[in-house]
Design a protein around this ligand. Sequence first.
Ligand code: ACO
Length: 212
Amino acid sequence: HIQMITKEDIPRVLKFLRRFFFRDEPLNHSIQLIPEGEDSTCVELEEYCMISVEDNLSYMAVTTNGSIIGVQLNGKMEPLKDDEPEYISSCKNSKFKKILRLLRYIDLNVNRAGRFSGQNVIEIRILSVDSTWRGRGVAKALMEKTIEIAKERNFQILRCDCTSFFSGKLCEKFGFEICYEVKYADYVDENGTPIFHPSPPHTAAVTYITKL
Ligand code: ACO
């Protein structure tokens, strides 16, 4: 079943995300954020994850014996700042900083011309399912719960930045619209070299939105 993530759940949610999302989300995987075989973590990504829990809009899927099999971290979209936020410029993990910069680049494009100004937008920031449970509708169930709660709390728009082909497929199934897309091959450094090389079928980061 699906339950809200509270502060008390944080240690086991992080344990779950370290095992799956930190390693297998396409961008994390492509830059080997957590090198294979290493029992390490990315403190900055942990902090990024935990900020969302404070909004009380995040959910986890658990089995009848209480094991976590899926996590969806959601938060309220904050107004975009003109300058790069301090948590990005001062990020000590150079690999994660690259991801934060891509997310900021997407944010700037998505918010172009004040698209969401004055609107209450809920963002899906992290979506992760236990690899042995994938393709069985766990993410779908988490998404349904988020839509239900977002409507109850008077959000007007739901936004999901999909770095994975599979989360994109899920958004398509819900009938969400594409609002912005950047192909990984087109997101390049100062020498024109692509910064991320996720393996197929992950070719682009796609932002989906839907009216609630
Ligand atoms: N291989 C093949 N197909 C897959 C896989 C996979 N690894 N994962 C999901 N799919 C397909 C499903 O078959 C389904 O398509 P279908 O309806 O045509 O059969 C679709 O993707 C979604 O299926 P669900 O069962 O609802 O989703 P699932 O519970 O498998 O979770 C998720 C999808 C969360 C993307 C999962 O694959 C995952 O944890 N991936 C690694 C982490 C990741 O990339 N997260 C998303 C990043 S974007 C973000 O966080 C906002």
